[in-house]
Design a protein around this ligand. Structure first.
Ligand code: UGA
Ligand code: MN
Length: 274
């Protein structure tokens, strides 16, 4: 006799979902994804969302850098049928016109706030920018993180990879094209954090400091290299890549002399940023 649990796509008061993708007793994974309005937004979310669908017991926290919810993103997430939370958090005004602003920070802070309030069943969280490429098995590897786990990230800086340097299972330094006095010269995609550990650090946070978000965040957790757990086969396997999608222009309407009323074109245009 099997009880069928209805699939739920919104986390309950304990911050977890139910259904086929939520077998009992698995620590949940919270993936915090900053995103923002641009031509590539929905394609990126499609790619990432479909990777995340291969992972069970996962909550996707999508935080849009927008004043108010963007309907096509809301609809897109609902259609995916993934356990998700959609939040908005705009980049502070003073950075909005900057040439090189701290990207995704306001979004991540909002996601972390949600975790502090709602995640009641333990598990881990991870920052997944919307434009990177992930091997879905990485999420299984990070599920067991006790404090902070680390792993290599491909396609970062001129060195092509960013990773802790490991000898005899111990971290002896960091390999990264931009060390810059950073205590933890790692990429945003290169670490995961245990929720219970995070909840013991009420003052831990991420500053709006371009290029120093990762190290300052990790420093605020009060960890040393000895606290870091190496995954991805002792940091010997690249399971996440810092890919960048070519920027595309906003779509314009084709030949304005033609009339597209009552055609599929009007429907297609609603799926684009214009
Ligand atoms: C690199 C790092 O990987 C980011 O984690 C870091 O936040 C950023 O630099 C920084 O230091 O500012 P990069 O690939 O250069 O990231 O930046 P993007 O991919 O353009 O942005 C990072 C994240 O922020 C993405 O998920 C993106 O969707 C989001 N973002 C970007 C916004 O929410 N708003 C923006 O205006 C731009
Ligand atoms: Mn990026």
């Amino acid at each position: 006799f099997v009880t069928v649990v209805e699939d739920s796509f919104e986390p309950n008061q304990d911050g977890v979902c139910s259904g086929r993708h939520w077998p009992k007793g698995r620590p949940p994974i919270y993936v915090i994804t900053p995103t923002y309005r641009r031509a590539e937004q929905i394609p990126e979310l499609t790619r990432l969302g479909q990777t995340l669908m291969l992972v069970d017991s996962l909550v996707w926290i999508v935080v849009d850098d927008a004043e108010s919810p963007t309907q096509i993103v809301v609809d897109h997430l609902k259609e995916r049928g993934l356990c998700h939370v959609y939040l908005t958090s705009r980049m502070p005004v003073k950075f909005q016109r900057a040439k090189n602003p701290p990207r995704g920070v306001a979004n991540r802070l909002k996601g972390l706030e949600w975790i502090r309030q709602h995640a009641k069943q333990g598990g881990v969280f991870y920052f997944a920018d919307d434009d990177n490429s992930y091997d879905s098995r990485l999420f299984e590897e990070m599920r067991g993180t006790r404090k902070v786990s680390m792993f290599p990230v491909g396609l970062v800086t001129k060195l092509g990879v960013s990773s802790p340097i490991v000898r005899d299972g111990k971290i002896t330094g960091f390999y990264d094209g931009w060390i810059a006095n950073r205590k933890f010269p790692v990429d945003m995609a290169g670490f995961a954090v245990n929720i219970d550990f995070w909840l013991t650090k009420p003052n831990a946070t991420m500053p709006f400091a371009v290029g120093h978000e990762e190290t300052k965040f990790l420093e605020s957790l009060g960890i040393t290299n000895d606290d870091i757990e190496l995954i991805a086969n002792n940091a010997t396997k690249i399971m996440v890549w810092h890919t960048k999608t070519k920027k595309n222009n906003k779509a314009v309407l084709g030949d304005k002399k033609l009339n597209y009323d009552n055609s599929n074109i009007m429907v297609l245009l609603k799926q684009l940023w214009r």
